[in-house]
Design a protein around this ligand. Structure first.
Ligand code: PLP
Length: 456
């Protein structure tokens, strides 16, 4: 082999270790040096798995055959019925594909759908590399300076025109509500605006609804691009999964629901062909367990633990309680932060302390993230991981934004997760005040960081 020849393709050479994994390694290094670090960098849901779901997984552990490429029919029926109940529209099992997580489904869609991509800035860390890997061009849609989430018609038009002017063909767009990283939720009006924009320009819209159960206002649960576009031109694809509401990211269960239109049917067929050559099928025991997880909205109480509906409600209550407490603490520290509406993220900006940060050599979100880990024992992901520009902006403070995840603030060990977890969920759903010592530590670390900045 000629040593001067590249061994990696140009598009794959752009891939880097995910920022989430990078920050984990950084935290481990700092901890190994004897320092304490509060980890707000990792968005993994950590509640105990609902009891019947856990048992179903154990009972199915001897199920070792390959499952159908699209997923077990009963699971697809449950997912269809669950989403049908949530959105008030008919959804059928033959519109659903189950996969080992929603990430491979998103990867596949970006890979084989035709055209270039529009994405709101900021967006979840993996979309941009997935688009780059597919050899497609990405054009950012700028969001509101304050919440970094709201999209206006003008911003959509600007992104579309700049893509067309650059010789690109914007045919794909992705939105994520409730959002990682902002914790914000689109209103009905916003969703209509986006769906209409996509329809006008023949754009396929991917609606990542993986956090859709975790809405702090119950009315927001029903707000969905997939739901609102149903029965019209049918070019919205929804993705979701078991990783967030059900705390089972490691089981690797995700799904996509395709519109029943002819376009939807053809995209689903191609996804099936892609899946059959790539991952074959999702894990059999995890699919069996998911049949329980996506059980209908009105389940009877389980003898132990919480019934599925109650479990979903308790999960949302606890995320709301913890995330809102951190929100108030951030505000009280003088940071710029929008009130969270769902998921388990906050997206504060340190721009009110811009001059103090500058005087200690911190001008970008990555430098801010490094300073907080090393000097203040607090880990949070930099805005740059979500597509924020790292040059100084002054306006929205994009260069000094951090994404803080509250999902790891409940238990200090796996043992605690199961010994205390169900009681914690039950207290939250009963409206009781829940002590969260790890959250208190996180707040103390943020207060200490801000105190240091004020003293500069
Ligand atoms: C916005 C968003 N979409 C998709 C995923 C992928 O989830 P999974 O592949 O576990 O279904 C995540 C996980 O962090 C996420 O935050």
């Amino acid at each position: 082999m000629d040593a001067s020849q590249p061994v990696i393709t140009a598009s794959a050479a752009k891939l880097h270790l995910s920022p989430t994994l990078q920050i984990n390694e950084h935290v481990h290094r700092v901890r190994a040096s004897g320092k304490k670090v509060v980890h707000l960098g990792f968005g993994e849901a950590t509640f105990p798995i609902q009891v019947a779901v856990l048992k179903a997984h154990r009972d199915a552990s001897n199920s070792t055959s390959y499952m159908p490429v699209a997923g077990i029919l009963e699971l697809r029926e449950r997912i269809a019925a669950y989403q049908s109940g949530r959105l008030g529209i008919p959804v059928h099992a033959d519109q659903v594909i189950v996969a080992p997580g929603s990430k491979p489904l998103l990867f596949a869609l970006f890979d084989f759908l035709d055209g270039d991509v529009l994405l709101p800035r900021p967006s979840w860390v993996s979309y941009e590399p997935q688009v780059a890997n597919a050899g497609k061009r990405l054009f950012w849609i700028e969001t509101d300076k304050h919440d970094r989430h709201t999209l206006t018609e003008a911003a959509l038009d600007r992104a579309y025109s700049s893509a067309v002017d650059a010789g690109a063909r914007p045919r794909i767009m992705l939105i994520n509500s409730p959002s990682n990283p902002t914790g914000q939720v689109f209103s009905k009006e916003q969703i209509s605006l986006i769906v209409e924009f996509c329809r006008k320009h023949y754009i396929i819209l991917i609606s990542d609804e993986i956090y859709s159960d975790i809405c702090f206002d119950a009315d927001d649960v029903k707000v969905s691009a997939f739901g609102s576009a149903y029965g019209n031109d049918g070019t919205v694809i929804m993705t979701g999964g078991l990783s967030k509401t059900y705390s089972a990211g490691g089981w690797r269960i995700g799904y996509a629901i395709f519109p029943s239109s002819s376009v939807g049917k053809s995209i689903r067929q191609t996804t099936l062909a892609y899946a059959s050559e790539c991952w074959s099928a999702a894990s059999a025991p995890a699919q069996m367990a998911s049949i329980k997880a996506f059980s209908s909205i009105h389940t009877t109480a389980e003898p132990i633990g919480l019934a599925m509906d109650e479990y979903r409600e308790a999960v949302t209550c606890l995320h709301r309680m913890c995330t809102m407490r951190l929100y108030h603490a951030l505000k009280n520290c003088g940071l710029a932060v929008a009130e969270p509406k769902g998921s388990f993220y906050l997206y504060p900006s340190f721009h009110p302390y811009e001059s103090q940060l500058k005087s200690i050599g911190v001008a970008t979100s990555s430098e801010l993230s490094t300073w907080l880990i090393e000097e203040c024992g607090l880990a949070a992901l930099p805005g740059s991981a979500f597509g924020e520009k790292d040059e100084c902006e002054h306006s929205g403070g994009g260069n000094l934004r951090l994404r803080m995840a509250t999902s790891s603030l409940y238990f200090s060990s796996e043992e605690e997760r199961y010994s205390m977890g169900y009681a914690l969920l039950k207290s939250a759903v009963a409206g009781e005040e829940v002590p969260l010592p790890l959250l208190d530590e996180a707040i103390a670390a943020i207060q200490a960081a801000v105190k240091m900045l004020k003293a500069v």
